[in-house]
Every structure is written in C-alpha cells, then in structure tokens.
Ligand binder design. Structure first.
Ligand SMILES: [Zn+2]
Length: 104
C-alpha cells in the first residue's frame, strides 16, 4: 500500500485511486494554464530579426516572410527560444526581461 497519495502516487507509483487521479488532473490543468499564459506573450521581433539578419546575411538565407509574420503577430517565446538555441545564444541575451517573464 502507498503511504502518500497525490501527484507523486500517480506519477511515480502508478496509483489510480481517486485522490491520485484528482491530483494528477489538477497538475495537468495547471500546466495547460501555464502554457496558455506563455502563448499569450508576444515579444517584439525586432531584436531577433536584427540578430538573425546578421547571421543569415553571412549564409545567404534571408527569411523575410517569417520576419513579416513576426512583425504581424509578434514573436512567441518558443520560436524565440528555438532560433536562439540554433545560433548558440541564450534568449536572455536578446530579451533580458520579456523572455524571463514568459518562462515564469
Ligand atoms: Zn492513490
């Protein structure tokens, strides 16, 4: 028998009693809410565009259509993270405050 029921019971011990299932569902709801809040954050794309133009100019690969979309919709923190990782910088180097807010 499990001594402690809840999220840990559900994820680590595979318990499916009511207490553990409800705790897991609360956890999933919290994660959904966090993702929705992160999606709502839109960064100013200009620092990213300037950075990427610099990189792409060296490799001859302009991404003007993507940049246009970013200017229309703003830059999501996921796209920001993806391209920063690709070019070996940390998102905080381009977005000292906004990116941090998106990850909080
Ligand atoms: Zn349980």
């Amino acid at each position: 028998m499990l001594k402690v029921h809840g999220r840990t019971g559900y994820y680590q011990h595979g318990c499916r009693c009511d207490v553990c299932c409800e705790a897991a569902e609360r956890n999933r709801a919290k994660n959904r809410a966090n993702r929705a809040a992160s999606r709502a954050i839109r960064l100013d794309p200009e620092p990213m565009i300037a950075f990427m133009r610099d990189k792409y100019d060296q490799r001859g690969l302009p991404r003007d259509r993507m940049f246009e979309r970013w200017r229309r919709t703003g830059l999501s923190i996921w796209e920001c993270d993806r391209y920063c990782v690709k070019y070996g910088i940390h998102p905080l180097e381009l977005y000292p405050y906004e990116f941090y807010k998106g990850c909080a």
